[in-house]
Design a protein around this ligand. Structure first.
Ligand SMILES: Cc1cc2nc3c(=O)[nH]c(=O)nc-3n(C[C@H](O)[C@H](O)[C@H](O)COP(=O)(O)OP(=O)(O)OC[C@H]3O[C@@H](n4cnc5c(N)ncnc54)[C@H](O)[C@@H]3O)c2cc1C
Length: 386
């Protein structure tokens, strides 16, 4: 749809068509709301990510009515973990691996089938708040054209680099010291060493690199690395190769030619998840290092937790909804992020990991309580009060 012919009044405008934005758009359209989903990148887009939908995330997608996505992904059920020259192969509850280009495009298509209007190459910018108007005005900016529309609610699913609230709440975003940076790509060709059905994870002092086969047997690579290491290596490709080399994993020529994507610093927290008629979701609401591969689960479960509040906000906005959403998000998502942060912090001590790996390799079942805990149901699956 062209901006000139676009309706000017919406129930909900959503900034960002990643997992968070696409899933909440789908859910709210299913509830009969008029939803505009705007994505600043040309679509479909790539994104630095490990591409793993773990068992808990798949169940959260089932709950959202989007569980069919599992058929697009390649199953995996093992983690092949390496640090120094030590290795362990560990069982995982079955997950599915899928490139983000394919996953996010599928989710957006489901949202469109449910009635969402989708615009790509369109940046959302908030206009100043006017508490009397009963709506929030937003500027939709494309390369040549722009227009202003009104929404009863704006949802920020604008990811790690979120800038939606930069005028409303510039001081509420905190980035952790020593935070790593994400890089990733998806490749057509890769050595047979990287077998299907398992996540290959190379851990070293400057960060970790995860490699997994996705649809069409392509290889997805997602890494979290120290910014200093990337600088010292002269760029992300050499930094990834350096980590692979440290654990004896093969690297190959196609890595140099690949289309790499990066992220800002990963570990960040927002103290208040919204402002006047705006609520924030997904990575934009706060994120930690991705070692346990749960970020998409947080985005999907976050959308389920936000859905009833978003409906309330559309029909009767009250500023207290921002505090209620911030508190609910802390219960449903922040609590799980702290667990992931603990695991990631332990992995920052390679000697500890190297001492543990032979023991884990000898008794792989010993990891079951941890993986079961990481894959425990989100509240949306437990149908309990959120
Ligand atoms: C290296 C790495 C590996 C990871 N591995 C995994 C994994 O294996 N499993 C897992 O579950 N999670 C993983 N994650 C986490 C996962 O990628 C994120 O948690 C997930 O993408 C969050 O989705 P989102 O929708 O919040 O943000 P995003 O997917 O980043 O989407 C945000 C979108 O908003 C758009 N946007 C930004 N600003 C605007 C604007 N003003 N207007 C319109 N659009 C805008 C952006 O272009 C982008 O498309 C990993 C992350 C990294 C960095």
């Amino acid at each position: 749809m062209h901006l000139n012919t676009l309706p000017r009044d919406w129930d909900v405008v959503i900034a960002g068509a990643g997992v968070a934005g696409a899933v909440i758009a789908y859910r709210l359209a299913c509830r009969g709301l008029r939803v505009l989903l705007a994505e600043k990148a040309a679509w479909p887009r790539n994104k630095a990510c490990g591409g793993c939908l773990n068992a808990a995330t798949l169940r959260a997608l089932d709950h959202a009515g989007l569980g069919e996505v599992r058929q697009l992904g390649r199953p995996y059920a093992q983690l092949a973990l390496a640090s120094g020259q030590r290795r362990a192969t560990l069982p995982l509850p079955e997950g599915r691996a899928l490139s983000r280009r394919r996953l996010d495009d599928w989710l957006v298509r489901q949202a469109m089938q449910a009635g969402v209007v989708f615009l790509d190459s369109t940046q959302v910018v908030l206009r100043p708040a006017d508490t009397q108007s009963g709506c929030r005005r937003v500027l939709l900016r494309q390369r040549q054209v722009q227009c202003t529309v009104s929404a009863r609610l704006v949802i920020g699913g604008d990811g790690l680099g979120s800038r939606l609230l930069r005028e409303d709440a510039p001081d509420e975003l905190h980035v952790a010291d020593g935070s790593r940076i994400g890089v990733g790509t998806t490749l057509d060709e890769a050595p047979a060493f990287y077998t299907s059905g398992r996540i290959h994870m190379a851990c070293a002092a400057p960060g970790y690199v995860g490699l997994v086969r996705v649809e069409s047997n392509r290889l997805n690579i997602g890494a979290a690395l120290d910014p200093d290491w990337i600088k010292r290596c002269g760029g992300p490709v050499e930094a990834v190769k350096g980590v692979l080399r440290q654990v004896g994993f093969p690297s190959w020529g196609a890595l140099d030619e690949a289309d790499w994507h990066g992220t800002p610093q990963l570990t960040r927290r927002r103290t208040r998840l919204g402002s006047e008629r705006v609520l924030i979701l997904g990575d934009a609401a706060g994120y930690v290092e991705p070692f346990t591969g749960e970020g998409m689960g947080w985005a999907v479960a976050g959308a389920a937790a936000l859905e009833p509040l978003a409906l309330e906000a559309v029909f009767a906005w009250r500023p207290a909804l921002v505090e209620r959403w911030t508190a609910r998000h802390a219960r449903v998502i922040r609590a799980r992020q702290r667990g992931c942060q603990g695991v990631a912090a332990a992995l920052r001590r390679p000697r500890l990991l190297q001492a543990t790996l032979p023991w884990l390799d000898a008794v792989p079942a010993s990891v079951a309580p941890l993986t079961a805990w990481l894959n425990r149901d989100y509240p949306c699956n437990r149908r309990e009060a959120q």
